[in-house]
Design a protein around this ligand. Structure first.
Ligand SMILES: Cc1cc2nc3c(=O)[nH]c(=O)nc-3n(C[C@H](O)[C@H](O)[C@H](O)COP(=O)(O)OP(=O)(O)OC[C@H]3O[C@@H](n4cnc5c(N)ncnc54)[C@H](O)[C@@H]3O)c2cc1C
Length: 479
């Protein structure tokens, strides 16, 4: 009747080793990695359902926004900004589906700014989360510099060659076989693989070429922002493979689903953590948004919250970890008073800028609908539909040589003004674009038609915001 993929269950066991809350980008990776250990029993809980087939078409990403695969958040009406938006509210998409926002996003593959990692580590005490440490994991996800093809052909077909046995880039010592997800753990904490969990495509269209020459003309470095340059311009790298979205589910979770030790519970929203004194030992959940379909599952080792930037602090707050005044206001028993929970939410705001092109190199509905394009895509996995919407990415230093402003070249921005207005909540008659008052935004998010659920966020300055509860019930429409 409902989802039938291997590993999907309808009622969880009472106890697991790990419970992962949120099957989005982070949750998919965690579930896949943890369940590599056969003696770990892992439960992944996701509020949404399985990804629709359409989500695999990279250019279909905008169609998933404001759909049932999106939590469909809107900001509260703004007093001093957002005049171009319907009711002065910004749309704030967040994936509510297996793969989370990674299933509805635009596939840009971009590692974070080294400066940010450095700041988190040096100023905020996130020891071990610095740039070099984290970059190792990004390289691991891509099997970078490991000559994947050579490795696959020579290691799995006939065992390692003599030369590879000596080389640290080759098959390693002795014959090695890939694990269930294609990953091979080696000594020295290195993972070599023939089948990278992340597949990355580099754009090479005429639009990309024009973007790179424009950067060069401006004197900006042209290279790979994920590797050799910190700022400048690069050809877009996107997580697309053979014309299909290569998101966190495709790369990580799907190959792991069906392992006997991984259970995936869909359409299930975790409402609160269960505590043993101040240790989280389980979760309470509600299925299908129906408060009567509720239950509790326990974790022997850890409960891991990976419910995204909005829901993770919400779950914590409903569970008694949050600002004291909020807990008091909603009669939530305090487990730990932490004023920072729900604070400092940041997002990148897009300021669209349309340009007219002299050559017909951009995408439009007529081009996408041609028989040859549809044939190319559905038969050969090629053609415009199989491209992501992004052709170039730039990072511009604006002050103190700190990379701060991002530029993204879309190939399809003007495809459909109704669609664009719908997903951005922009008024259809707006000609000038969004107001430049973004930097003065004071945001408040809540779920439309779900006022009894929770109000999510209010910003104080720039784009830093806080998440606030407006009700004591984490489940919409239950109050
Ligand atoms: C429209 C859009 C475009 C984007 N484009 C890009 C891009 O091109 N490149 C890029 O790198 N990034 C992009 N991003 C950002 C990127 O997708 C996110 O940063 C990333 O997916 C966040 O991962 P996450 O695991 O923290 O959260 P998510 O992927 O959002 O996952 C959280 C999951 O938790 C689930 N959940 C929430 N609450 C509960 C609960 N109580 N119980 C159970 N489950 C719950 C949600 O349904 C969701 O599936 C984009 C995001 C959006 C929305």
């Amino acid at each position: 009747m409902f989802a039938t993929s291997a590993g999907v269950i309808y009622r969880p066991d009472p106890v697991y080793d790990f419970i992962i809350v949120g099957g989005g980008t982070a949750g998919s990776v965690l579930a896949a990695r943890l369940s590599e250990k056969e003696n770990f029993r892992v439960l992944l809980i996701e509020a949404g359902g399985e990804e629709p087939w359409m989500a695999g078409i990279p250019l279909a990403a905008p169609l998933l926004q404001r759909s049932r695969y999106d939590w469909q958040y809107l900001t509260a009406p703004q007093k001093r900004s957002s005049e171009a938006l319907v009711d002065r509210q910004s749309a704030w998409p967040r994936g509510k589906v297996l793969g989370g926002s990674g299933t509805i996003n635009y596939n840009i593959h971009m590692f974070g700014s080294p400066h940010d990692f450095q700041t988190w580590e040096s100023e905020f005490g996130a020891t071990g989360w610095g740039f070099p440490e984290m970059k190792k994991y990004s390289n691991k996800a891509e099997c970078r510099r490991l000559r994947p093809k050579l490795f696959k052909d020579q290691c799995t077909a006939s065992g390692p060659s003599e030369q590879q046995q000596k080389s640290s880039d080759g098959c390693g010592e002795g014959p090695v076989k890939p694990g269930p997800s294609g990953h091979i753990r080696q000594p020295q904490d290195a993972v070599q693989c023939y089948d990278p969990p992340l597949r990355v495509r580099t754009s090479d269209s005429p639009l990309t070429e024009a973007f790179l020459s424009a950067g060069k003309e401006l004197g900006l470095p042209v290279g790979n922002l994920n590797d050799d340059i910190d700022y400048g311009v690069m050809a877009a790298q996107t997580t697309v493979y053979k014309g299909r979205r290569w998101g966190p589910t495709r790369g990580y979770l799907r190959p792991a689903m069906g392992r006997h030790n991984l259970h995936v519970l869909l359409h299930t929203q975790v409402t609160r953590l269960v505590w043993d004194e101040n240790r989280a030992v389980g979760v309470e959940y509600v299925q299908w948004d129906n408060p009567r379909l509720n239950g509790t599952a326990y974790a022997r080792a850890e409960v891991i919250l990976s419910a995204g930037a909005i829901h993770t602090p919400l779950i914590l707050t409903y569970s008694g970890v949050g600002p004291r005044d909020v807990l008091k206001k909603f009669n939530i028993p305090e487990v730990s008073s932490l004023g920072g929970v729900g604070g400092n939410l940041q997002d990148h705001l897009n300021l669209p800028l349309y340009v007219q092109l002299q050559k017909p190199v951009a995408l439009n509905p007529a081009k996408l609908r041609t028989i040859s394009n549809l044939w190319d895509y559905f038969i050969h996995g090629k053609g415009d539909l199989g491209r992501a919407a992004i052709e170039g990415v730039g990072v511009m230093p604006v002050a103190h040589s700190q990379p701060e402003v991002g530029v993204i070249l879309f190939n399809m921005g003007a495809v459909d003004s109704h669609l664009y207005s719908g997903i951005s909540n922009m008024k259809l008659d707006v000609k000038v674009g969004l107001t430049s008052l973004f930097f003065l935004l004071r945001l408040e998010l809540w779920k439309r038609n779900r006022q009894c659920g929770h109000r999510l966020l209010r910003s104080y300055s720039l784009t830093q915001s806080i998440i606030l509860l407006i009700s004591s019930s984490p489940i919409p429409n239950s109050c």
